[in-house]
Design a protein around this ligand. Sequence first.
Ligand SMILES: [Zn+2]
Length: 327
Amino acid sequence: MDFLSANSLPWLREAQQRLQAAQQSGHLPHSLLVLSAPGLGAEPLARWITALALCESQDARPCDACASCRLLRSDSHPDVHIVRLEEDAQQIKIDQIRELIDALATKSYRGGYKVGVIEGAEALNANGANAFLKTLEEPAANTVLIMIARPNHRLPVTIASRCLRLKLEPPPTKDALAWLKANSSAAKSWDAALALAGGAPLLAVHLDADGLAEIDADMRQCLLELAEGAVDVTLLAERWNRSHPDIRIAWLENWITQRVRSSLGAATSHQSAEPVRLPAALLKPKIRALFELLDAARDVRRFASTGMNQQLALEALLIGGRTALGK
Ligand SMILES: [Zn+2]
């Protein structure tokens, strides 16, 4: 577990400083909800917070030298419990949550903190969330629980309201570009990848890995055909599903966001993937259709990791797209 990698992501610094100050004054929060779009480093941040809680140094934490830090490095710290979606699963299983609850209720092995992490907490189902509620309401002493979820999660309010929220935002574009340049060997332009990633630098790195320009051209062509109604949505959904569906959805979200912004007369920006929400009545019908399409695209992305009806979800999205884009 490389808990120091968060230190190389400068946009996390403010959150780190806040937590470090809380730890030093003995007020490390019991439960944290880290809200983050993909590619902003929520997982490295959670590892760093874990180390902050467990480090046994009296000086600056995490020290990377004490017995706890060494156990973390070798992924063998007995007081760390991580839950995430199992491969091919659609939801986090209730048994996983029960195991976590039991683990947090037992005594700490090393006499310090116990840390529980739930990655992708939006995949908690109602039963899992309910089972977890008591743990949140009556936290055992010296426990830290870190939940990571997308900003558009649908976790019950009873869960979310009991956590300290930490919302990660993309860094300003110029900072993100500077970071990408400094952290890549090849001298190249990162603008397109960063725009597609909604400003999230780590996602930009991931997207850049293959064929971004080709996908970009293909997506423009797809939308053109969709707007003209000259397309079989079932076949198109199949094709998207086979080839980089996650990148296509991100591309589409980014494209719609730009559209909405320019329709509203706002300066276009690659910066935010989360447009301001306006009451439906204030929107021109076209813009409303775009917002609906954006919501649909986000739903597809939300379920993408679960493999849940991806084909059907894409078809529904494309049918919505045909309506929103058609003349
Ligand atoms: Zn340490």
